[in-house]
Design a protein around this ligand. Sequence first.
Ligand code: HEM
Length: 407
Amino acid sequence: MNVVEELPDDCTTLDLTDPRTFQRYDRNEMWRRLRAERPVFWHPPGSGRPGFWVLTRHADIMEVYRDNRRFTSERGNVLTTLLAGGDSAAGKMLAVTDGARHKRLRNVMLRVFSPRFLESVEQRVREMARRLLGGAVEQGGCDFARDVAEKIPMGTICYLLGIPESDQDLLLKLTKSALSSDHENASESSAVWARNEILLYFLDLLDGVRKNPREGIISGLANGREDEGKLSDEEIVFNCYSLIIGGDETSRMSMIGAIPALAEHPAQWALLRSGEVGVDTAAEEVLRWTTPAMHFGRTAVEEVTIGSHTVRPGEIVTLWNSSANRDERVFADPDRFLLARTPNRHLTFGYGPHFCIGAYLGRAEVAAVLDALRSRVVDLAVTSEPRRVHSNFLDGISSLPVSFTAG
Ligand code: HEM
């Protein structure tokens, strides 16, 4: 899809900070070569930004993910913030906080993500997927990204947080410009503006739920008990933001990516439809195959040896999930889309102390779409060239015209 150029002989010369690199080349071949030839390498500095380590093998990546003593997330956890020298939410937002503060924040967040509450959210996700897909099938097709996938994660997070339905479109627009970009020429300043708008929105909402408590996480956090580690307003706002940023586009990219994967692998689609492969197992393979968050990163706080390389304190280490998930040392036939694959030790949700707190929901959302597809659709096809997102972090499709034949 959209592959235009041949890879250079030495893939370490490619610029992994440039979103165009991921559109120009066959990324899976690039990662395969790097895993084989240069599994750990130093990406040189360039135009005012520092250099960083690149890790491509599953085992090395897991090792760093699990070690939040020698590697910190507090100086950023994605290339954009790592290269800029830090994240303004460090020490306040779960994903960029470590140590005792991270444990405290994570416990408070986990409490509001109670299993009973999540079950009700999952039920809504299934209804939403069936309703949206039903509408698309009746029309014989749609832009799956815009008409189905766009609505599910944001609808789910809004319900989770207690955000009124009428505000969902606004938040969707802001999230899109805050994190990824549909267009190559979108500026960093509009992303910063969008992030600030989201934070301001949550401050207003917080004020509202203090006056009129209602269902949802923001109310739970706002009205938490002192003795249970009540969060400050700033912490609440940053962590609500992190749910929206963490949970919208990632899940969206996985459910969109399921469609071309199924269309290109009719035998796998048949297995899903017949029920020979369960939706939960199939969802895991879709998550591995699509790997929406291509990388995360850390900064070393002491000297660490990785393979034959010495990483020094203060150096940035990037962990490429998109490579780990195709590592032939872990996955048999990694370049085959096999819905029945078990075990499936993908790193799509990371690993260790920062393991995705929304993994249950991400899985439920992908499974709900697969379930709706298999019960409503006999045949599916991608009808014109999909448009890919422009990012060095997020991988996926932002526009996907499809046709559906009803079952
Ligand atoms: C953490 C991926 C869905 C919220 C993470 C991490 C990954 C990830 C790789 C680890 C980051 C790190 O180690 O630095 C994904 C993918 C998803 C998804 C691929 C969907 C397919 C969600 C959802 C939510 C969410 C639905 C919220 C409702 C978070 C939060 C963290 C996180 C708050 C930080 C956890 C911590 O640092 O303790 N996610 N995520 N994610 N994710 Fe997700």
